[in-house]
Design a protein around this ligand. Structure first.
Ligand SMILES: NC(=O)c1ccc[n+]([C@@H]2O[C@H](COP(=O)([O-])OP(=O)(O)OC[C@H]3O[C@@H](n4cnc5c(N)ncnc54)[C@H](O)[C@@H]3O)[C@@H](O)[C@H]2O)c1
Length: 461
């Protein structure tokens, strides 16, 4: 029992440290030195003196509370209100922010307020479209959680509305603002990887929570939850708290592994490799093997994407498994002169020696005299080539404990509100990444290759 309490105390300590984390450098592994890689964000310099962005939070569930906790680390913003359909979460939001603000079930009353600059939207995915449309129509700048869209049509409607209303829009895949991803982008852009035609990414988990079986609180009822507003334009359904709290499992409100995890991976890859487009084709395979609790989505999903216009042709393979934990998330970029691997906290670059060398394997089926002759000729043709591989020059960078990329992502958004310059993960970027998840699900459910038709903005089988 005592051990358990110690563990809880340690966990609480870690949480406190995480919430107060401000250090902005990497630990360079191996050499043991600290490489001073500056975060580009969290600098209030671009703000007019004393100005703070006044924002409201729409959706104060798991992620909405995370956003509020992260926003506390960003001195350039202040939360001035929150909306949620489940009343208990009004208090949860205030606790996460660490202070009181007006709360409501109806977010539109917050959008009517003239003293509000921006909204952080962390509602279920099927609600993103209408909340974003209402927010930009009310003249607010918008941070909307990933995946940007629940359907392809939603994404284009949101993109159009943001652009027509000339609003700043940031989608919420926070890795895009991470200093780890900035380091990976720097390595990628340096050309040290050579030609990259292959990327693998995965995110595996092995817990019930990792498979979205979130708690259903005792006070959940039609009295505490505005069920009709939750359904909005989803198919009618009798009150069901499981669908409300575990919405990720159901096609009516979420997109399963595609919307939950693929979108993070695709956004990270887009940001690091510097492309912003949709795959032309995708093929998925997978199944629901373990969590057979009435959900719609598979617990294992693999998708191969084809990007013919990126890098002269790029294959991307994504893989998420809710029945195994091999360390969580990871992305590997396979180049002709090196490999770069990102895990949750570390990026490693391993160069490959591709200098010319005598390849003895192919000579193994010939005579000794032929081999000797071949080696002589090779040495004459490559008089300066070393015969040995170059020494190991693996580089590895890891994030400091407690680094919070969500705080940087929010800081980036606040800065853009002030400068009116588009953020990297804007409405086009967010829409393209979300279409990647819709391609994956289309292929899985239709058991066919999903093809992206850019002219009609639709997916075809
Ligand atoms: N970036 C990340 O790492 C990350 C992590 C988790 C979730 N998310 C995203 O954040 C969003 C929310 O996920 P969650 O886990 O917090 O879900 P959640 O179910 O815990 O919370 C969603 C909340 O939104 C509220 N809501 C829905 N429609 C509303 C409306 N019209 N007005 C007011 N409130 C409304 C609900 O009442 C609910 O409390 C999703 O889009 C999810 O994909 C992102």
């Amino acid at each position: 029992m005592e051990g358990r309490e110690e563990k809880i105390a340690l966990h609480m300590e870690e949480l406190r440290a995480m919430h107060s984390m401000t250090r902005r450098d990497f630990v360079r592994l191996g050499a043991g030195a600290v490489a001073a890689v500056r975060a580009t964000l969290l600098e209030p310099a671009a703000m007019a003196a004393g100005r703070r962005i006044r924002f409201v939070s729409i959706g104060t569930g798991i992620r909405g509370c995370d956003l509020l906790r992260a926003a506390r680390l960003v001195p350039t913003g202040v939360c001035v209100g929150a909306a949620d359909l489940y009343e208990t979460r009004h208090k949860a939001g205030q606790e996460a922010w660490g202070g009181e603000f007006p709360t409501t079930r109806d977010y539109r009353t917050l959008l009517d307020r003239k003293d509000v600059d921006a909204v952080l939207i962390a509602t279920m995915d099927h609600q993103h479209r209408q909340v974003v449309l209402d927010a930009v129509a009310a003249g607010k700048d918008v941070y909307c959680e990933k995946p940007m869209s629940h359907t392809v049509a939603d994404g284009f409607a949101m993109m159009k509305a943001v652009q027509e209303n000339k609003r700043i829009f940031q989608c919420g895949s926070q890795r895009v603002s991470s200093i780890l991803y900035a380091k990976a982008k720097e390595i990628y852009a340096s050309g040290r990887l050579g030609e990259v035609h292959s990327i693998d990414a995965k995110w595996n988990r092995n817990t019930p929570g990792g498979a979205w079986t979130y708690p259903v609180p005792d006070d959940a009822s039609p009295r505490t939850i505005d069920w009709e507003a939750f359904l909005r334009d989803a198919p009618p359904h009798a009150f069901d708290p499981v669908r409300f709290f575990r919405w990720r499992c159901f096609e009516d409100y979420g997109e399963g592994l595609g919307g939950d995890l693929f979108v993070h991976l695709i956004s990270g890859i887009q940001a690091i490799a510097g492309f912003n487009t949709v795959a032309s084709r995708a093929y998925s395979s997978g199944g629901l093997y373990h969590f057979k609790d009435g959900r719609d989505f598979p617990d294992l999903l693999e998708t191969v994407y084809d990007y013919p216009t990126v890098n002269g042709g790029l294959q991307m393979h994504l893989h998420c498994n809710q029945n195994n934990d091999d360390g969580g998330e990871g992305i590997a970029f396979y180049g002709s002169t090196g490999t770069m691997v990102l895990t949750g906290r570390t990026v490693t670059f391993t160069p490959q020696d591709v200098s010319p060398r005598f390849e003895s394997y192919g000579w193994g089926g010939l005579t000794a005299a032929q081999r000797e002759q071949g080696l002589k000729e090779w040495q004459a043709a490559h008089p300066t080539a070393p015969l040995a591989l170059m020494p190991d020059t693996v580089e590895s960078y890891t994030l400091p404990q407690g680094y919070n990329d969500t705080a940087d992502h929010i800081a980036n958004f606040f800065r853009a509100i002030e400068t009116r310059e588009h953020v990297v993960e804007d409405e086009v970027f967010g829409n393209n990444a979300a279409i990647g998840c819709h391609l994956a699900n289309y292929s899985y459910f239709h058991r066919t290759v999903a093809t992206w038709d850019a002219a009609t903005e639709t997916i075809r089988g």
